[in-house]
Design a protein around this ligand. Structure first.
Ligand code: SME
Length: 161
């Protein structure tokens, strides 16, 4: 049976789709998605994209985001949760960041994190990173919504630089 969250997240996925459809500029689409998710979902306290650095294919560079500025503007592949997703090319959910040894802290308020890769035909282009001030807030519905949005983005755009 569909839960209230499923129904709410389906509506947000549809809103994200219409934002992505109407944007011809990929960076603007990423910025709009950040704002939508940050505004609509109370447990999303920081929403941002990291993209593969065009000048260094083993490094992530911070792209559009919504939330407090972060000191982590460049992250090597393998480092932190973001760097791990760049290597594994699959979603990582950390329900309690205090238990994750390979983690880069942005703020003491952050308790949990979900990072979803942007994959186009198996090629890793970047990732969507969400920090939460709530402990263990992420469910299968978050994963479905965020993987759905990343798929819409990589179906439409070939790159985000
Ligand atoms: N916590 C991330 C770093 C990026 S910030 O969350 C914005 C990590 O461990 O890779």
């Amino acid at each position: 049976m569909a839960t209230a969250t499923d129904i709410q997240f389906d509506a947000i996925l549809r809103e994200a789709k219409s934002l992505i459809d109407k944007n011809t500029d990929s960076r603007k689409a990423l910025q709009d998605v950040c704002q939508l998710l940050h505004e609509k979902i109370p447990h999303y306290d920081w929403v941002g994209f990291y993209l593969v650095n065009p000048e260094n294919s083993k490094e992530l560079v911070l792209g559009p985001f919504s939330g407090a500025p972060t000191e982590h503007t460049h992250i090597p592949f393998g480092k932190g949760v973001c760097g791990q997703v760049a290597e594994r090319k699959e979603t990582i959910i950390v329900q309690d960041v205090s238990k994750e040894s390979n983690y880069l802290s942005c703020s003491l308020h952050v308790k949990s994190e979900i990072v979803v890769p942007l994959l186009r035909a198996g090629r890793f282009l970047g990732e969507l990173d969400i920090d939460s001030h709530t402990l263990a807030p992420f469910t299968a519905a978050d994963r479905r919504l965020l993987e759905g949005i990343c798929m819409l983005l990589t179906d439409k755009f070939t790159d985000f630089s």
